[in-house]
Design a binder for this molecule. Structure first.
Ligand code: CUA
Length: 181
């Protein structure tokens, strides 16, 4: 048979399956199934990124929650832009917003305490990436991601945006401080 000429039998799908062809189809099927079941397996046992939870929200509703937390728990302001540093009560819900082009506000969390960290966008898509740890979350307006976190090492962590979002994408940074009690 030639790839250039039409097949001699017009209904070529009726031709019997060649043994080699059948073997390859079987190998491909087994591999597909193996890869498919590896997804849930690796999610549970592979020390993967957080899966977290997601809820619907709106930029306005989310912004209101961020502002309420900033108003109640700001401990100082920093940088030329006077970004509030918020120290929410241990164990509470913490709200972080991504927007063009910053993460708002800066957070101060206590080592060894568990928080529910909410992340959402107030405009369009950003990517939450926590350095130097391997935490990556897509941040999409209209959805609120919730990660349950327990910081286990004090220090200064930088949030960068890893989803291209415009001319100042590279400058879109934020801070999370983890402090000893
Ligand atoms: Cu936000 Cu890139």
């Amino acid at each position: 048979m030639s790839a250039l000429l039409p097949p001699s039998e017009r209904i070529w799908g009726n031709a019997p399956l060649d043994k080699v062809e059948g073997t390859w189809i079987a190998i491909a099927l087994v591999w597909c199934l193996f890869m498919f079941f590896m997804m849930p397996y690796w999610h549970v046992f592979g020390k993967q990124n957080y899966s977290g939870e997601a809820y619907r929200t709106t930029p306005a509703a989310y912004s209101a929650k961020v502002e309420a937390m900033v108003e109640a728990h700001t401990v100082r302001k920093e940088t030329d832009q006077q970004i509030p540093v918020v120290r929410p009560p241990a164990g509470s819900d913490v709200y972080l917003a991504g927007r063009l082009w910053s993460w708002y506000p800066a957070l101060e969390l206590e080592k060894g305490q568990t928080y529910r960290l909410h992340i959402s966008s107030l405009d369009w898509q950003h990517g939450f990436s926590l350095q130097p740890l391997n935490v990556n979350v897509q941040v999409v307006p209209g959805y609120e991601m919730v990660l349950t976190i327990t910081p286990d090492k004090s220090g200064e962590y930088t949030i960068i945006c890893n989803e291209y979002c415009g001319v100042l994408h590279h400058a879109m940074m934020g801070k999370i401080y983890v402090v000893d009690r």
